[in-house]
Ligand binder design. Structure first.
Ligand code: VAH
Length: 310
């Protein structure tokens, strides 16, 4: 069987940084090509500068390197996306169309497309948001993910392209910083705490959101991509849950290690986005189809984050 050669589009991002490293461990560094708009210091090996809005550029990379899998991680996130709605739509959709079309035309075996809990909005049970809950996004980012899920499903049904997707909650890890998200506070808070600095939170204390520690995010992604194709019943995007907490709860867990840690709450425009999102996600389909089970709760995440950041 031909060996797998993997292309990561958007490898410089919060998720791409960690996923690239993990995929290189699993598939061999030479078989995992990282790509982004610019080269990041310290990540030069097996890296290609790639503007994924350019169809010909994506096609050339796939053909030249005989790519068999693509992880399409490039996107403008929820908060930053609201500052330039049409530009966000254009980038998030054009890059996805290029990845889907090139994959269809050149027989890429598998494609990963990250969706998000941002696909949800009003008219849902926020305490237990189902796989089949209404998708009424309140951000352009969320709209682009709903559209992306439907395009992924279309390419699977019409062309047989094996596109797989997860509706990520807020992602928290120590290896990389998020950029432009509504859940970024849950990463920034740790960086402040380990420097004995106080933290100003852009969400109010009681804002409960679904979150997941990076190790669980990476494992869920690889377990889905390695799952038996026949077992997958969802070809839009799987709900997936790790934990749910609010800023007050994460601050309390940090105070176990830093008793003098101080947090102030100064909600900004991101509060409106967060208020439209679920509090807790039902991921029964992921558990049934490919035995998903999270391993990190809030306390274990806090312990791990602080151990690695201090
Ligand atoms: C964001 N981190 O805040 C992303 C994610 C569920 C949140 O989609 O936009």
């Amino acid at each position: 069987m031909n060996k797998d050669v993997i292309l990561i589009v958007g490898s410089n991002g919060q998720l791409g940084t960690v996923l690239t490293e993990k995929l290189r461990l699993n598939y061999g560094a030479v078989n995992v090509i990282a790509s982004d708009l610019y080269k990041k210091i310290g990540s030069e090996d097996n890296f290609i500068t790639l503007d994924a809005t350019d169809f010909k550029a994506v096609e050339e990379v796939v053909l030249k390197n005989k790519i068999t899998q693509i992880y399409h991680l490039a996107a403008i996130l929820s908060a930053k996306g609201e500052q330039n709605p049409l530009g966000t739509w254009d980038l998030n959709m054009k890059t996805l169309f290029n990845v889907l079309e090139v994959s269809r035309l050149h027989k890429v075996k598998k494609v990963f497309f990250p969706s998000s809990i941002a696909v949800f909005g009003e008219n849902i049970d926020k305490e237990n948001t189902l796989q089949s809950s209404n998708l009424t996004p309140t951000t352009v980012y969320g709209m682009s993910k709903v559209a992306g899920e439907n395009w992924a499903n279309y390419y699977f049904k019409k062309y047989g392209l094996d596109v797989r997707s997860l509706r990520y909650p807020g992602v928290i890890g120590y290896q990389s910083l998020p950029g432009g998200g509504t859940t970024d506070y849950a990463v920034d808070i740790f960086h402040k705490a380990v420097k004995n600095e106080s933290f100003e939170c852009f969400l109010d204390a009681s804002t409960m959101l679904p979150m997941m520690y990076m190790d669980d995010v990476i494992r869920a992604t690889l377990e889905l991509m390695e799952a038996d194709k026949e077992k997958l019943t969802i070809r839009t995007s799987y709900n997936i849950a790790g934990m749910s907490f609010n800023p007050e709860q994460i601050a309390l867990s940090i105070k176990e290690y830093y008793p003098d840690f101080k947090i102030a709450y100064k909600p900004d425009f991101r509060q409106v986005i967060a208020n439209s999102w679920p509090k807790c996600i039902d991921d029964t389909a992921a558990r049934n189809d490919w035995n998903w089970k999270p391993e990190y709760n809030l306390n274990l995440m806090t312990k791990t984050m602080i151990e690695n950041l201090k």
